[in-house]
Design a protein around this ligand. Sequence first.
Ligand code: C2E
Ligand code: MG
Ligand code: MG
Ligand code: MG
Length: 283
Amino acid sequence: AAKEAGKDTYAVYNPQSKMHDGGRILLENDLRKSLERGELQLFYQPQVSLFPNRRIGAEALLRWHRGHTEWVSPMDFIPIAEETGLILPIGEWVIRTACQQGKRWIDAGYEPFVMAVNLSPRQFRQPGLVDLIRSILSESGYPPEYLELEITEGMTLDVESASDKMRQLRALGVQISIDDFGTGYSSLNYLKKLPISRLKVDRSFVRDIETDLGDRDIVKAIIDMAHNLKITVIAEGVENKEQLAFLEANGCDEIQGYLFGRPVPAEEFERGMKLSDMEKSEE
Ligand code: C2E
Ligand code: MG
Ligand code: MG
Ligand code: MG
């Protein structure tokens, strides 16, 4: 089923224009029931370090198997979940499921790796977030230092309150990264004030990196800036060897993208880990 869940088979809902009101209301109603109907699933995409070359993490990415028949892309339902507040129960399910899965993999003997989970703006602002994450960590037994919360630049605009919340989260032992970096308004000064462990370079800068001089300069500048602040840089959306070569040559620390693996269901991700462990033991 994993292979069938590729981009091409996604039904396209454009929340802004294409969908008529009826479609939107239907979608919203179905989304409301998605949790209890067991239609939500997490896919996992590997993250690898370049020096040395090894798996260091996975990003948990949400998938909705609507009516158990069609796959809806998160780009099409996360905005609706965010608007309606459904993102709170859904987001809680995501964090809990990712931690439980991570714990199962540790218990099964795989080398622990960082599990990255996306937080939406509403989730990040919710007053009970720190308590919620504390209780999920203790329920699941997942080691806090292996949980990373991905937030976007927009959520840090109010630097004072964002850094306060981030510090409370860091106090639990979890890590925080900035997702889609470069598309928002963060400045160097901003980053200095926030307790961030990783920057994720947005894939729009990686896409044309072979040809676009502007993108090359931006990516180089992000890497240098982050390293000056002792922040690790991971590039998203790496699809080919040429992109990889540029990133490697310019000191990018880590990579996530189709070149190393697409997001896949837990079972398939685990098969990948088994294979690479076998290769390692043969070396
Ligand atoms: P994101 O957090 O920036 O996640 C990376 C997206 O890039 C994922 O899309 C992933 O499948 C895609 N991707 C990874 N490598 C490549 C590549 O080499 N080439 C290309 N073209 N794409 C690549 P996906 O899974 O469709 O998710 C889209 C967005 O939806 C995510 O962007 C994130 O903002 C949001 N999202 C996904 N899951 C969750 C969730 O559990 N909670 C929240 N709040 N948002 C989520
Ligand atoms: Mg992300
Ligand atoms: Mg991203
Ligand atoms: Mg994104």
